[in-house]
Design a protein around this ligand. Structure first.
Ligand SMILES: Cc1cc2nc3c(=O)[nH]c(=O)nc-3n(C[C@H](O)[C@H](O)[C@H](O)COP(=O)(O)OP(=O)(O)OC[C@H]3O[C@@H](n4cnc5c(N)ncnc54)[C@H](O)[C@@H]3O)c2cc1C
Length: 501
């Protein structure tokens, strides 16, 4: 084999996968047909759950303190005449914000830098042309910068190659779903009047929806519903200004623009994330409306889920259940994200006068309620996702605490800091209560991909030990993606769970 994993595509998803696999010591190659990473702002928010899953191996402060970044505090719902309400999205448990506004170009840049520190460089101007697979491996034809085609053999191939994925086409998988037959416009603008960079604005008047999102200190992203019908060409700055004046009551005066574009919204999901030795992640597997800013985040979390499984499966042929669990755990989430973002965008596209009144009434009341915030914050930041009941989390053992296998480990205070500070390493974490050090397991998995297990002795009176319901001598295994893998009341049971991986 030339490499273990050939990653096709160095967008945020391919880069995240490459970084995590390299951290676990898994040999990779990562190719991209483009000459350079994107310089477009595209995805503007990195939500809390994405920050958390990166945190174990990436310096998250680089995202939070980036010159173009600001933390997410909330969203203001308006019409051109009035403010309907404001939902506060800050106040997350633990030290991380609910999300950070940061342009996708900066996110990619930080990931490329991290990869370079690991000695991995994206092979640019290198395109996947075709591939075949059998029981033993994958043979890919790739075309390099000089136009020459060469073969690469790998144990697995991952298509992180975006919405028009060659890998998905090669697998002959359908990309089922719909296209919303409306013209959408986007513009990255600078504005005259300084605005609070911690709040998004949604103008939901009678005309049509318009959203404004901060991109760094003085730039804003406008996304707006340009009405029914097909594409008519990219908008001009004046067209955007006219619509802004109409829908926001002249609150936003443009002083310049860096990106003016039109787009259509596709809502599509592939039926299988895994076919044999090929996997799909990110936009190659799911595309949907930008409402809620979930696309890149969902894709980066796909990558984090897949990375540790591929790393553990190196050189083994007894990891079918583990590898299948990638589709099992992530496809259901892709489906949910496509459905929920579709609901959001259809709510934003309401035109019927009665429904408009109803929406305004609902927003006025919902934004005043703590209940709305308590639902919105975990949902939008993706910390409410879990893999409960899926095959890796199934357990015959009754757990006594609120937390169950498959749950995200909450970032609770533990000792002098927060528990996620103790997950910063290249393996799994065992949270223990009064366990004899001699009984501690050293490894998750077997063979070349086996990962270290780092033990953390919990404070018996701490919130985490309580939430896990651990008795003395018990332990909880936290997977490398910071979901709870297993909770066991004694170490022999934990050892057998670890040996089953
Ligand atoms: C205007 C806009 C706003 C958005 N806002 C948000 C947001 O706020 N939040 C959010 O989470 N998401 C948002 N998104 C979505 C987000 O940009 C995508 O979900 C994200 O880029 C997907 O990342 P990816 O790595 O899967 O694919 P991509 O970023 O598309 O990267 C795929 C890479 O694969 C390469 N490639 C393709 N084919 C081949 C081949 N045959 N060989 C080699 N390389 C290949 C491409 O060159 C590309 O670099 C937005 C998107 C747009 C357009």
């Amino acid at each position: 084999m030339d490499t273990s994993v050939l990653i096709v595509g160095a967008g945020p998803v391919g880069l995240t996968l490459a970084h995590k696999l390299a951290t676990y010591g898994c040999p990779i190659r990562i190719i991209d047909k483009n000459q350079a990473p994107t310089d477009l702002s595209k995805a503007l928010v990195v939500w809390q759950r994405t920050l958390e899953v990166l945190d174990s191996t990436v310096d998250i402060q680089q995202f939070l303190e980036h010159s173009d970044a600001s933390s997410v505090h909330g969203m203001i719902f308006q019409t051109s005449e009035e403010t309907l309400g404001q939902v506060e999205l800050d106040g997350s448990e633990g030290p991380l914000p609910t999300g950070v506004f940061i342009p996708q170009s900066a996110t990619e840049h930080l990931l490329v830098e991290k990869l370079a520190q690991q000695g991995i460089h994206v092979e640019r101007e290198t395109e996947l042309v075709s591939f075949t697979q059998d029981d033993h491996g994958v043979v890919s034809q790739i075309r390099g910068p000089q136009g020459d085609t060469t073969s690469v053999t790998s144990a697995w191939i991952v298509g992180a190659d975006g919405a028009h994925s060659k890998v998905r086409h090669g697998l002959e998988l359908p990309f089922d779903g719909d296209t919303i037959e409306r013209r959408w416009l986007l513009a990255d603008i600078t504005v005259e009047k300084e605005q609070d960079p911690h709040f998004m604005h949604a103008y939901l008047g009678a005309d049509a929806m318009l959203g404004l999102f901060p991109v760094g200190a003085k730039r804003w992203r406008v996304i707006l519903d340009g009405g029914p019908g097909a594409r008519r060409g990219d908008p001009t700055e004046q067209e955007i200004q006219d619509i802004l004046d109409e829908r926001t009551g002249k609150n936003w005066q443009i002083t310049g623009s860096t990106w003016l574009s039109e787009f259509v919204i596709n809502e599509r999901l592939v039926p299988q994330y895994r076919v044999g030795r090929a996997f799909l992640a990110g936009d190659a597997a799911h595309v949907h409306s930008p409402a809620g800013g979930q696309g890149m985040n969902t894709g980066m979390q796909d990558a984090v889920n897949l990375a540790w499984k591929l790393a553990l499966a190196q050189g083994r042929d007894d990891c079918e259940q583990l590898l299948d669990s990638y589709h099992e755990e992530r496809h259901v989430i892709g489906k949910k994200v496509v459905a929920e973002t579709s609901q959001m965008i259809h709510m934003a596209m309401v035109h019927n006068p009665l429904l408009l009144k109803l929406r305004a009434f609902a927003l006025r009341h919902a934004t005043r309620s703590e209940w709305f915030k308590s639902i919105m914050r975990p949902k939008i930041s993706e910390i409410d996702l879990n893999y409960r009941g899926q095959s890796l989390a199934r357990t015959a053992h009754k757990t006594k605490g609120a937390l169950q296998p498959g749950d995200r480990l909450p970032n609770l205070q533990e000792g002098d800091g927060f528990i996620y500070e103790k997950l910063r390493h290249n393996g799994a974490t065992l949270l223990t209560l009064d366990v004899d050090p001699a009984d501690l397991p050293q490894k998750l998995g077997a063979g070349v991909g086996a990962m270290p297990v780092h033990a953390v002795a919990l404070n018996p009176d701490g919130a985490l030990a309580q939430e896990l319901g651990l008795p003395s001598g018990g332990a909880a295994l936290v997977r490398p993606d910071s979901y709870i893998g297993a909770i066991r009341h004694n170490m022999p049971e934990m050892h057998s769970w670890l040996e089953s991986m």
